[in-house]
Design a protein around this ligand. Structure first.
Ligand SMILES: Nc1ncnc2c1ncn2[C@@H]1O[C@H](COP(=O)(O)OP(=O)(O)OP(=O)(O)O)[C@@H](O)[C@H]1O
Ligand SMILES: [Mg+2]
Length: 240
């Protein structure tokens, strides 16, 4: 059975139909990507699946549960679906140390052994204990994104939603973070839903990629099509 099943998803903001009947499935263990021009509805779909955008129509099943529009995520869903955003600045509290930021989700869920698990999480994403004592502004952009990834993984989610996780980073740092994400995915058996504007990132990371335009999915590319570069042409043709 698919881990995620999205059928005829619609999201409207006033007069604007941001998502206009998007349909796709995600199999357990795969990396599935959304591509397409700015404003075509990619982030909105991720926000719906993260429980951040609660007004929508259609049918969604997420990790075996049918989602209900308007409902907050509770219990297992809250742990099992995590999101990493483009800009780690916006997602890290400026006045909290990294240790405090990482301990927070564990404390909220009433977990034990918090200090040890935070230390393990830092190590997993390649940060030192010393980095844990710092504030976000005392880290590089790549280090901040490692913190955001560590925090998303602390609750051992099954599905990770990645909204342009490396587009704010230098090329070399970008490659490090992408390799880190691939390694963590293997280690923990996660499923990824990735948004990226970069055709090379998409080809490097994805098992399948869906090309969106005007709030719907127009075409899905498999590995073979991506190796041929067909996903690049979709973007070019859309701009004509
Ligand atoms: N909270 C909101 N209120 C009003 N309109 C919104 C809101 N969020 C998104 N939109 C609109 O919905 C459409 C889809 O936005 P979305 O952020 O999903 O696009 P995107 O594909 O992620 O674009 P980008 O590649 O630039 O990140 C856009 O026209 C956007 O302006
Ligand atoms: Mg977006």
């Amino acid at each position: 059975m698919a881990l995620v099943n999205v059928n005829q998803l619609q999201v409207r903001f006033g007069d604007k139909q941001a998502v206009a009947g998007a349909t796709f499935t995600l199999d357990e263990g795969e990396t599935f990507s959304l591509i397409g021009e700015s404003g075509c509805g990619k982030s909105t779909i991720l926000r719906v699946l993260a429980g951040l955008q609660r007004e929508w129509r259609g049918d969604i099943s997420l990790l075996g549960d049918a989602l209900v529009p308007g409902a907050r995520f509770t219990g297992a869903l809250r742990r099992n679906v995590q999101m990493v955003f483009q800009d780690p600045w916006a997602s890290l509290h400026p006045n909290h140390t990294i240790l405090r930021t990482l301990a927070e989700p564990l404390n909220i869920h009433g977990e034990t052994g918090v200090a040890a698990r935070v230390a393990e999480a830092l190590q997993e994403v390649g940060l030192t204990e010393d980095a844990g004592k710092r504030y976000p502004h005392q880290l590089s952009g790549g280090q901040r994104q490692r913190v955001a990834i560590a925090r998303a993984l602390l609750l051992r989610p099954r599905l990770l939603l990645l909204d342009e996780p490396t587009s704010a980073l230098d090329m070399s740092v970008q490659a490090e973070i992408l390799n880190l994400l691939n390694r963590l995915k293997q280690q923990h058996g996660m499923t990824y839903l990735l948004v990226s504007h970069d055709a090379d990132v998409i080809a490097h990371m994805s098992d399948r990629a869906a090309f969106m335009a005007g709030g719907v999915i127009e075409r899905v590319f498999d590995r073979e099509a991506m190796v041929k570069g067909e996903h690049r042409m979709a973007e070019v043709n859309a701009k004509r």
